[in-house]
Design a binder for this molecule. Sequence first.
Ligand code: NAD
Length: 497
Amino acid sequence: SSSLHANLWQCNTLEKARQYLAGSRDSPLILQNYISDTYTSSSQYIDSFNPQTGALYAKVPLSTPQDVDHAVLSAEKAFKSWSKTTRIERSKYLQKISRLVEENRELFAVWESIDQGKTLERARTEVDRAVSNFSYFSTYILHEGSSVRLIDGVALTYEHRSPAGVFALISPWNMPLYLLTWKIAPCLAFGCTAVAKPSEVTSMTAFLLAEVIRQAELPAGVLNIVLGNGATTGSALVKHPRVKGISFTGGTATGIQIRRDTAGDIYKHLSLELGGKNPTLVFDDVDMQKAVATAAMAAFENQGEICLCGSRIYVQATIYEEFIQQFTSFVGEHYKIREKVGAVVSLQHYQKIQSYLLLAEKEGGTFHLGSIPPESPNKGYWIEPTILTGISIDSRVMMEEIFGPVVTIAPFQNEEEAIELANDNPNGLASVLLTRDGARMRRVGERIEAGLIWVNCWLVRELGTPFGGMKNSGTGREGGSYSRDVFTNLRTLHLPS
Ligand code: NAD
């Protein structure tokens, strides 16, 4: 096992982690891959920075196509026996993993916060969700069955599923452990094996998870964790001929690239959860205080770095001025940087957000809160929550995903215009609808082009409901039986009666 793990396992409070990092200032932590049941080193590394301080703190392996091949073959070998285990056996492993993550909640939360920039409080909720990802699928598989149908009194049919094989599980940097386990848990539960690759920007909690996998004594090769970037590591993984499916969460451009790279491999199952630029619609019949609080949470939770964040707020003209005033004062009071709003994930991302703010200024937008952050931050990548109005509807600021603590507000006159504005975007992941009119909830909700609509709430999740987007926000759905569809092959048997 890795000696780094032995040290990290002692760092289960922020204080201890900070002391440990202070002691290793001149020698960053060197992460490793976990392939078969062995930690392996790499010949090349990627620098990983602490977003809250800007300090280099870890080195992430830049795994080569050979490393990827090694991991895929290990997963393929393990598939032979793992795919034949009973549901009860797999359930027990998942429960064990779930328990181990839960027991190490603070360890995972502390390092997620250090690695990603999010607040510790936010990180804790995401670790809790990672625990539920494992416990949910550990029980889900125990309650499944297939129904038998009789056709015209002459034949019986039934559906039979089998695990599809080795999967590539690829996740982004915004909710690292939560999103990777959302793939790992169903993948293993439905009898597949995996090579998981977290984002090169945030690989720390995947590295910690490898140790949990080892402690849970999961059979060798069932879950391999390979670290590296997209161009070299991710690309080799999705193109690998022995990989039978890809569950990917990340940006739309990468999703398009993966589709291209696998265009000839019809056999590959593809589930793509991509970007969003989600609208929040505020009608004039709302309870203003509640509407403001929900819209603010949807905009600024996790610094706006959630694919589901509502970054375009449209408000009915009759309450437009009042909403701007109350929203601005609420956000100013409740979304304080460092307390509730963390640092953005990387210097590159900081600069991307900054470029949109410069564009907003150039286009004559009004900043109700926030301002242009300095070009080169000297201590961490901090961006104040920013509220903009006066941005034209076809501006890139309005059309493109900024993925930071930035929100635009614009008015609408009536329901029809609200729907038009909401749908006037190439993405279609999520939407928030704020109104007290029950008929309108359905009338408008059923016309918004988004995979997920939240009415008077946001981010409410039940893990059996379908999760995913329309339009450029992705293909396929995950969650409960929808995840089962991703990870299994379906055959229909016809028997004479
Ligand atoms: P990204 O697309 O740059 O990277 C995502 C992952 O893909 C990383 O692990 C990366 O290394 C890998 N990758 C990059 N190029 C690859 C390639 N050619 N082949 C294979 N793998 C490759 O996204 P990001 O910047 O890490 O994350 C932010 C994006 O993720 C945002 O657009 C956000 O909306 C989206 N997101 C979507 C959801 C959802 O559920 N729909 C959830 C969270 C984030």
